[in-house]
Unconditional design. Structure first.
Length: 274
């Protein structure tokens, strides 16, 4: 039976609609009269505004995802594998962005957990059951959801401080603030290390998302605000960069003669016949 681009057309159309809504929610954050990335709540773990440029890359990759779903290979992973989890993720993310942009930080934190849970479920399905069969799978499925997973991990931490942390513009960093910020950054760096060892080649995009964010925290939390937080952020950023380089080194065996060696090519032939 041949595959047609109209198979499961309802889910494909919903994916496109939700993608547009998801994109629109982030456009809203920069289209409002006040730029939320410059006028939002300031905490001692708030990253520099340029950290949020990662949304642009995620949107670009997911645009490829909603187009790729119309191919036979894309349908197998996106429609048959991820299924309705992608629209659910898009809706949850749009709600989170709206709540965060409108300064409802406590509720936004709850939805950040929902978003993280939805991304984690998709990430697990993609990594566990859908090894990349071609370059399209790598670029339009594995890459965006790895990047997304790492980025939402950062958002959970930063939104938690938005909701429950002190205002860095009006309150000096006390001992407990420094401790919790340190633990938050340590968690991010440890997560980057976990990504690096999640497979023989590691998960490079997810580690990059965390490294990017830690350097943005270092850049924004200047030494005059808190020297301890400033230099701790740099230390954790450098450590996360090490895990990124470990991931780059781990990718080397996947390239032979300029082509990607896919998982099924690297897998051992179990039970093969002579």
């Amino acid at each position: 039976m041949t595959n047609s681009w109209t198979d499961d057309i309802l889910l494909k159309v919903v994916n496109i609609i939700v993608y547009v809504v998801f994109l629109g929610s982030n456009v809203y954050t920069v289209a409002v009269p006040y730029d939320i990335y410059f006028s939002g709540r300031e905490t001692y773990i708030t990253p520099a505004p340029w950290a949020y440029l990662i949304w642009s890359l995620i949107h670009l990759l997911l645009l490829g995802t909603v187009i790729y779903q119309f191919t036979p290979s894309g349908k197998k992973v996106i429609i048959d594998g991820i299924s309705w989890r992608f629209p659910l993720l898009g809706v949850l993310n749009a709600i989170y962005v709206y709540l965060w942009a409108s300064h409802h930080y406590a509720v936004a934190f709850i939805f950040a957990l929902f978003v993280s849970s939805a991304v984690t479920h998709i990430y697990y399905i993609v990594k566990k059951f859908h090894a990349p069969a071609n370059t399209g799978d790598e670029v339009f499925v594995h890459l965006p959801f790895s990047l997304y997973h790492g980025w939402t991990t950062v958002l959970v931490i930063t939104t938690a401080f938005d909701a429950f942390g002190v205002n860095a513009l009006t309150h000096p960093a006390g001992v407990w603030t420094k401790v919790f910020v340190f633990l938050g950054m340590f968690f991010l760096e440890a997560t980057a290390a976990t990504y690096a060892f999640s497979s023989p080649e590691g998960d490079l995009p997810a580690s990059v998302a965390i490294m990017w964010s830690l350097f943005a925290i270092f850049a924004h939390q200047n030494v005059h605000r808190s020297g301890f937080i400033h230099w701790s952020a740099l230390a954790f950023a450098v450590l996360s960069a090490f895990w990124v380089f470990r991931g780059i080194f781990g990718l080397y065996p996947r390239f032979r003669g300029g082509s990607i060696v896919l998982d099924e090519e690297r897998a051992p032939l179990v039970g093969s016949h002579n």
